[in-house]
Design a protein. Sequence first.
Length: 169
Amino acid sequence: MALAEILSMVLRLAELAFAAIVAGLNGDYLHAARGASAWDLGRHIYTEIVAGLAIIFAILWLFPFSSSFIHWPADLLISIMWFVAFGLLVDWIGGRGCGYIFDWDGFSFRDTASCAQFKATIAFTFLSAICWLVSALLGLYWVRRHTRRSTTAVTPGTYPRRRWYRSRV
C-alpha cells in the first residue's frame, strides 16, 4: 500500500497548493472590494473560509503519522464545501460581463480583480474540489480493503459458538 500513501501525499500537496492559490486570489478581490457590504461579498467570504479550512486540514493530514486514511468522511465534506464554493462563484461571475465561464481566450493578469483572476479562482476551486473528492475515495477504498481483510478469517454464518458460562474478556 505504499502507492496509496504516496498518492495520498501528492493529493495533499495539491490540495494545499490549490487552496493557497484560491485564498490568495480571492483574498486579493476581498481586499480590493473593502467597504462593500458583507451580504454582497458573502460567496467570496465563504470561499475564503473554505480555503482556510482546506489549508489547515491539508497541512495537518500531510504529516506521516496521520496517514491512516480514516478521515475520508472529512475529505468528502470538504470536497462538498469546495463544490458549493465553485457553484457560488460560477453563478456570481455569470452576470459580470466576463463572457462564457470556460472561455479562456485573452487570459492575462494585467489588472487586479479582472475576469481572468475570477476565472482562475473558479478553476482552482474546481481542481481543489476534485482533489479532495479523490482523497475521500482513496481513503474509503483503503478502509474498505483493510476491514475486509480482517473479517475474511471468519466465513459468514459460521461464527464460533461461545458457551454461556465463559467470560467474553
